[in-house]
Design a binder for this molecule. Structure first.
Ligand code: UD1
Length: 343
């Protein structure tokens, strides 16, 4: 059976993508995760939303020897989707070495495995953080990359370069780099969503946790040069991101790709400020959210949103969800977690 390896498959975007792969393709799916920011419960949630079994491997991708040993049981691997990475901008500023070590070594090891086993199709989770504080809004894939604002963003810039050089020396290897903007929201069922083991520092989980009484929201800065003073981001529903991976896989496997190393922005194209995101949440849940205004956060870019025309035309990918849908699904998920806790 043709096999797809998904690294970071127990994580937020990985788990939503596995749900789509199991429901919409016939590939055997093998998830690799070390649960550094997730838990095996994620696999139970995937199983509850799908009807096919999938395989799981618990291994740290930085452990080269063990990784190769555990993967040696699988043959006919036709593609790798590499999600596994640390992803917190603020953590990366506090502990840069941890980010360079994990994000770069895991990529090197999985690329080395691909080379040894002749796996030819590779999809990589990049980020809009590679653009830094771009003056070119909306950013296109050709916008010049500015200096990264955080070690996290820098690891994504370095990773893109590693993959690009790897492609040059391995001409049959084909890759799609997906630059996610800000993935948020949850599965429409409300039964899978972001479940970080470490304290979340992304906006949407903090909004929903604040509304349910488990956290308190501070808006990081209201004195930026933006329409309401708060930072602007391009929030994109996690299921739209998952869908883009299926389209990227098809693009590679069906040989529709025009370049050996293709690059796509995954955003809606709409910039939404932090205060507008809060208003959307208040509107769809019909409640007032209590928050305070705080200092700017180190490492934040001021404003970024995507030109997504290339993904639309080349991958045939059209985002389906707007900011209200994203907030509603995230709220449904937060309530689901609360129900589980009180059972
Ligand atoms: C960054 C990356 C994004 C990546 C994500 C992974 C950029 C531009 N984006 O998102 O591609 O997927 O990391 O973690 O680098 N905020 C508050 N209060 C809070 C939390 C956040 O005001 O308690 C604000 C932030 O200042 C920011 C916005 O909300 O303006 C979004 O922040 P967050 O959700 O943490 O994502 P980014 O750091 O933008």
């Amino acid at each position: 059976m043709e096999t797809i390896i998904v690294t970071g498959g127990a994580g937020y975007i990985g788990s939503h993508t596995i749900i789509e792969l199991l429901n919409k393709t016939i590939f055997q799916i093998v998830s690799i995760d070390n649960f550094s920011n997730s838990s095996p419960d994620s696999y139970s949630r995937i199983s509850a939303l799908t009807t096919r079994p999938f395989e799981t491997i618990q291994v740290d991708l930085c452990d080269h020897v063990l990784l190769n040993q555990k993967l040696s049981y699988y043959s006919n691997i036709i593609g790798i989707i590499h999600f596994a990475a640390f992803k917190s901008v603020s953590d990366s500023i506090s502990d840069p070495i941890k980010y360079y070590h994990n994000n770069i070594n895991s990529l090197n090891n999985i690329l080395d495995f691909a080379k040894q086993q002749n796996v030819l199709n590779f999809i990589f989770s990049s980020s809009c953080s590679v653009y830094g504080n771009s003056k070119d809004l909306p950013v296109t894939e050709n916008s010049p990359l500015q200096k990264a604002e955080s070690p996290y963003g820098h690891t994504k810039q370095i990773s893109e370069e590693i993959i690009s050089f790897f492609c040059k020396t391995n001409p049959s290897f084909k890759t799609v780099l997906l630059r996610y903007f800000n993935p948020v929201g949850a599965h429409p069922s409300g039964k899978n969503g972001e479940f970080p083991i470490n304290i979340p520092n992304n906006l949407v989980p903090i909004i929903t946790q604040t509304a349910i009484g488990k956290n308190s929201l501070t808006v990081f800065g209201n004195d930026y040069n933006t329409r309401d003073g708060s930072c602007i981001r391009d929030y994109i529903h996690v299921c739209d991101i998952a869908d883009a991976h299926l389209k990227a896989l098809n693009y590679l496997i069906q040989h529709h790709e025009k370049k050996q190393c293709s690059l796509f922005n995954l955003g809606t194209g709409n910039g939404v400020s932090v205060l507008e995101a809060i208003k959307s949440f208040e509107k769809i849940t019909n409640q007032k959210l209590h928050y305070k205004i705080g200092e700017r956060r180190t490492g934040d870019v001021i404003a970024i949103y995507a030109n997504n025309e290339l993904a639309k035309t080349e991958l045939n990918w059209i985002p389906q969800y707007n900011i209200d849908d994203m907030m509603l699904s995230a709220w449904k998920w937060e309530n689901h977690l609360e129900e589980q806790n009180t059972k």
